[in-house]
Design a binder for this molecule. Sequence first.
Ligand code: ZN
Length: 340
Amino acid sequence: MTNILSDFPDEVRPDISSIRENNGVLSAQKCKHICELLSIEIECLMVALLPIAASYSKAPISSFQVGAVARGLNTSSEGYSNLYLGANYEFENQALCHSLHAEQAAISNAWLHDEPSVTSLATSAAPCGHCRQFLYEVSGNKPFSILMPKSFLLSPEAIDISKSQSQNNKDRNHKNKKSKVDFEKNCHSINLATLLPAAFGPMDLGCDRLLMEPGFGSNNLHLVDQSDDELVNKALKAANFCYAPYTENFVGCALQMNDGEIFTGRYAENVAHNPSLSAFTSALSHMTMSNVNNTSENIARVVMVEQAKKSCQRHATSILLAALNQDIRLEYHMAAALDH
Ligand SMILES: [Zn+2]
């Protein structure tokens, strides 16, 4: 982090450093502060933050660190939004299907902070097909910009932000000559529809909502066996906020660390099934984005609340957890939908 910070001008380093103390989130207020100081647009800041996002990566299998930065839908009156960081997370000696991609981590981070959607996402490597499908579950047919460093420009149809950016900055007589980061050189944008033409999406399976939409605020679940345990009830809440329109396999996870801190995760189902993000992996990502030094060995308890229906995450989660931490076992609680 210290090395990466040295790429930023002195006056913005405190704001950049705050990301580490704020669960991998840069507030809209701090975005505004940085963008105004450097005279750059928020899209360029998102690309500049990619090395910070990638510093959260745990990639013992590929050794390929990926960072992503998602822009929240909620926007201040000045036009700024919170930015949410994410990184890839691989599990050594485990099946590759458990791997979390940086784009998923950034979306999950935004969702767990109750953003109703995201409008664009920067990524340090071209998004793989798996992630394009995952992002389509968030955007549907709405415009959604993928921002990439210039070396990852994929298509001649891509829009070069740097051109309009240069003009904007000329107009406002920008003052960032001393910036060590050459923001304007690095920014390219391409619409997700260009990367994923003729997409298979939620509507193809009769779903008229999208991942993160507030309509999924409650899945109307209750515990089959009531509990006063705080961790169990946090996992229940996560299950109530999860997104599983195709199977109704509603799942939430809550981890408690040895120091008492709690992290939750929500299941994010995908119309193409395989890009789905499990509740447990979502919680592990939440744990890492809060403190990159957190590891699965520091976990004291893991609770899962699930309505198993057509599919079930209990056994896959138990196996992965047993491999990550041999001292604990999954605490499993069944949930069911309340009668209307
Ligand atoms: Zn990917």
